[in-house]
Design a protein around this ligand. Structure first.
Ligand code: BGC
Length: 243
């Protein structure tokens, strides 16, 4: 069965139909830039354009860069503050006529990696870290998700960790891969000191260039790149939809 997975990020909104049994995309993914300001109306209209692009009739799963509890958005680090308190599932249903479920974007990527990617079959404590506009985290204990961990916001050298080591920092400050690798390692070491994971999976666009910055890592836990790369968010969002 296919579900439309949509990954709503601080920079781009991308979607594709996904076979939820195999985790494969069954159509070419479609990407649109995230509108600025990223208000609920503007973002939902863009996500609805993705639905229209695929002429989609059926369930939809949406990964979203915020804490989502029982359909309601609770935080807004890299999106417009007016999202707080919005029932995202309802808004999407109103805009598209299809049933939709929102979940945190890193949790979506984590679900996909645990089911089909680098985390498959891993017991113990696994943390998926997505490096993008912000830092997202997804935590699994013996294969069970602990949702909405916001470990990208732990304090690192006196500031919010995502302002220190997200991929946006590499791009904005024009850091080379080695320098950025050191910053990511600073972050992973703090995470490790607090949680002692058995496995760390690094996701986000940069994960495909892992050979350029992983050599800087001194963290003790086994650390591997995401296998589903930038599609993890789309695939995991699809897995969360009600079918
Ligand atoms: C948000 C998280 C999100 C992460 C990645 C952070 O700023 O607080 O909810 O998962 O960015 O998009």
């Amino acid at each position: 069965m296919d579900v439309l997975g949509i990954d709503i990020g601080g920079t781009g909104i991308k979607g594709a139909p996904v076979n939820i049994k195999t985790g494969q995309l069954t159509g070419e993914r479609h990407r649109i830039l995230t509108p600025k300001p990223a208000t609920p109306e503007a973002v939902i209209a863009t996500a609805a354009d993705i639905v229209k692009h695929f002429d989609w009739k059926g369930p939809i799963g949406c990964g979203f860069p915020a804490v989502i509890k029982y359909s309601v958005v609770h935080t807004a680090s890299n999106i417009d503050k007016s999202w707080i308190g919005v029932n995202a599932d309802e808004k999407m249903k109103q805009a598209t006529g299809q049933s939709a479920v929102f979940l945190n974007d890193a949790d979506a990527a984590g679900r996909a990696e645990m089911q089909f990617g680098a985390g498959k079959g891993h017991e113990g404590l696994v943390i998926i870290v997505t490096l993008g506009t912000g830092i997202g985290t997804s935590l699994f204990i013996n294969g069970v998700l602990v949702p909405n961990t916001e470990l990208g916001h732990i304090e690192l050298q006196g500031k919010d960790a995502e302002l220190h080591a997200a991929e946006r920092v590499r791009i904005k400050k024009e850091l080379n891969w080695k320098k950025w690798g050191v910053l990511v390692n600073d972050y992973l070491c703090v995470l490790e000191a607090l949680l002692w994971p058995d496995l760390i999976i690094i996701g986000g666009g940069a994960s495909k260039k892992h050979d350029r910055f992983f050599p800087q890592f001194t963290v003790k836990a086994e650390t591997v790149p995401a296998q589903l790369r930038n599609d993890a968010g789309i695939i995991g969002a699809a897995l969360a939809a009600p079918v």
